[in-house]
Design a protein around this ligand. Structure first.
Ligand SMILES: [Ca+2]
Ligand SMILES: [Ca+2]
Ligand SMILES: [Ca+2]
Length: 604
């Protein structure tokens, strides 16, 4: 009997083991990127969980601490504890993954005298290895990731390899604002231009990525003469980042041609990402965050301003690091900013740089145009243009889709700009229509924080970064919000807001409907004029059709829409009612109210 006891215990353990192991962490690790709904948040603007860290441990005025809650260009006090405390609000919206704006330690304040602003957005990193004290501590970040995981939610970090904060200055050209100095006019082989003294003998150019070649790059004064101002010699962490030899030092980018890769973003020190030491250094930095915190993905800032060869090394290294940590579905998506519908540009970065995903700016432009009452022809092209991406339409399902962001501006602002005279009710309906498209069409829907509370804004950048907690910024508080009479003067965490309710309903529907997360798309109807947009999506396992229909006009629609001949009976999953049966095999009647939509699933 005694000998039986251990085996009985082992048997009991084996019986409970499967349930004990299938916890929230295992479940979320098993989800692929396209099964997520992402919520993008700037921690400074979300919730203030700890007023004691508002000045980041610094003493003095706003130009020292960076803190000024009445100024949209400075820190407002939001932090990681606040974000952690609001996870329930984000989860109830239906989001399953949080993209947290950069949390690394930043230069608190930079910019020319009289025109300073703060690093509240997180994109001016000095210490790549620790959390910025304005946002809390490394332990606060650990607590956020653990709390999100306990709820079954993923955490995506926002990372930067293109540049650091603006620390390096140049001895020449201050008055002209450091204009870009090209490789033709200022080759690596001469000091200060083609007529200068020979330097860096034997350096074969930055097309040769070998360590032996880069060992010959010893003098960074080929274009400008870079220097680190007194007192800032050791401000960057890890320490190698303090040496100007690891930067491009060619002056400010004009966003075009060669300068897009080599130029400084308004003074931000542009890293020489062709140098193997920089590649290795960035792999070490960001690999550590995966190891230490078990995060679930990276959004890569300014990805198109880094040479594709860098990403071809960096991305596989991060995927391997994540896999070793037990994170097989680590998602990586890059920012390839585009002001137009340009899937070819986006797709080129999935091929040349092998980025697994890119933020889908083409989707944003196509949906805003259609939902704003313009042509839906770009939207109609999307399923075909997906063939441009590495991996084709299957891979395009992992592209994060969105309607606006912290740089370009918010969806409601664009929709309003397309039709400035429209009523508040029409704006709400168009905003809902755009979100219905976002949450049912292909890609990973990404909600920009505050859109669900009707934030609109009057521009991009600082004008689109309102506070969720009670704001003290006059220009934010003076704005009319969509779908509510309140303003940002009081906190904006209302689960009864009509946009919050719609997003919650459609997110819940999406994640349980494989046709919407993983289904192939076929355009059924579109037009150069406002009217019917229809797309069918198909369950990857059963092949069953879900017909999505949107009315981008202010008149009711009644039309025949082509469907699969096998789709003979339908049920409405969301939006307005669906015809119960097909009119004939291959065609169904669709009736939509002005700016309405329908999600019609074919019944077996
Ligand atoms: Ca705080
Ligand atoms: Ca660059
Ligand atoms: Ca600089």
């Amino acid at each position: 009997m005694n000998r039986l006891l251990p085996s009985l215990a082992a048997l009991a353990a084996s019986l409970v083991a499967p349930t004990a192991m299938a916890g929230p962490l295992e479940d979320l690790r098993a989800r692929t990127p396209e099964q997520e709904v992402i919520y993008f948040v700037l921690p400074d603007r979300f919730e203030n969980g700890d007023p004691s860290n508002d000045t980041g441990g610094l003493k003095g005025g706003k130009l020292v601490t960076g803190f000024d809650p009445v100024d949209k260009a400075f820190y407002h006090g939001g932090d990681l504890k606040g974000l952690t405390a609001r996870l329930g609000y984000i989860q109830n919206l239906g989001a399953t993954a949080i993209w947290v704006g950069p949390i690394f330690r930043n230069k608190p304040v930079q910019g020319p005298k009289g025109n300073e602003s703060a690093g509240y957005h997180g994109y001016w990193i000095t210490d790549f290895t620790h959390v910025d004290p304005h946002f809390g501590t490394d332990a606060d970040f650990k607590a956020l990731v653990d709390a999100a995981h306990a709820k079954g939610m993923k955490v995506y970090m926002d990372i930067i390899a293109n540049h650091t904060a603006d620390v390096i200055q140049y001895k020449e050209g201050t008055a002209e604002g450091y204009p870009y100095r090209s490789k033709a006019d200022y080759p690596f082989s001469r000091k200060g231009g083609v007529g200068g003294a020979p330097i860096n003998p034997g350096f074969a150019g930055d097309g040769d990525a070998s360590a032996a070649n880069w060992a010959k790059m010893i003098d960074p004064s080929f274009a400008y003469t870079p220097y680190v101002p007194k007192g800032e010699e050791r401000v960057k962490v890890p320490g190698w980042l303090n040496d100007p030899i690891y930067y491009h030092n060619r002056g400010n980018t004009d966003w075009k041609g060669e300068s897009a890769q080599y130029g400084d973003f308004v003074g931000l020190d542009d890293l020489a990402t062709e140098n193997p030491r920089v590649v290795e250094g960035m792999i070490a930095i960001y690999g550590d965050w995966i190891d230490k915190y078990g995060v679930d993905g990276f959004r890569i800032d300014t990805a198109k301003h880094v040479n594709p060869e860098f990403w071809r090394q960096f991305v596989p290294a991060m995927k391997a690091r994540a896999a070793a940590k037990g994170i097989p579905n680590f998602h990586i998506f890059g920012e390839v900013m585009s002001g137009d519908y340009d899937p070819a540009l986006l797709a080129s970065w999935t091929r040349n740089a092998a980025l697994p995903g890119v933020l889908d700016f083409a989707f944003m432009h196509a949906v805003l145009k259609a939902a704003g009452g313009g042509s839906s022809e770009e939207l109609a092209r999307l399923p075909d243009d997906d063939g441009l991406y590495e991996g084709g339409a299957r891979a395009a399902m992992q592209l994060p889709t969105f309607l606006g962001n912290h740089d370009a501006g918010r969806a409601a602002m664009f929709l309003k700009a397309a039709n400035p005279a429209m009523s508040a009710d029409e704006l709400l309906k168009r905003d809902e229509l755009a979100h219905a498209m976002l949450l049912t069409l292909r890609g990973v829907p990404t909600i920009y924080y505050g859109d669900e509370q009707g934030f609109a804004g009057t521009g991009g950048d600082q004008l689109s970064r309102q506070d969720m907690f009670a704001s003290k910024v006059a220009i934010y508080n003076g704005e009319a919000l969509v779908g509510t009479a309140k303003t940002t003067k009081t906190e904006s965490f209302d689960p009864a807001h009509p946009l919050y309710r719609l997003i919650a309903q459609l997110s819940a529907l999406r994640v349980k409907t494989p046709a919407l997360t993983d289904g192939r798309s076929v355009t059924r109807a579109a037009s150069e004029k406002p009217g019917l947009v229809a797309v069918s999506r198909f369950d990857p396992k059963t092949g069953r059709e879900v017909l999505l229909a949107f009315n981008t006009s202010t008149a009711p629609i009644s039309a025949q829409v082509a469907v699969d001949p096998a789709s003979l009976a339908f049920e409405a999953l969301a939006g307005t009612a669906c015809a119960a049966t097909a009119s004939a095999p291959g065609s169904v009647r669709v009736e939509l109210p002005p700016l309405g939509f329908a999600v019609c699933a074919a019944k077996p």
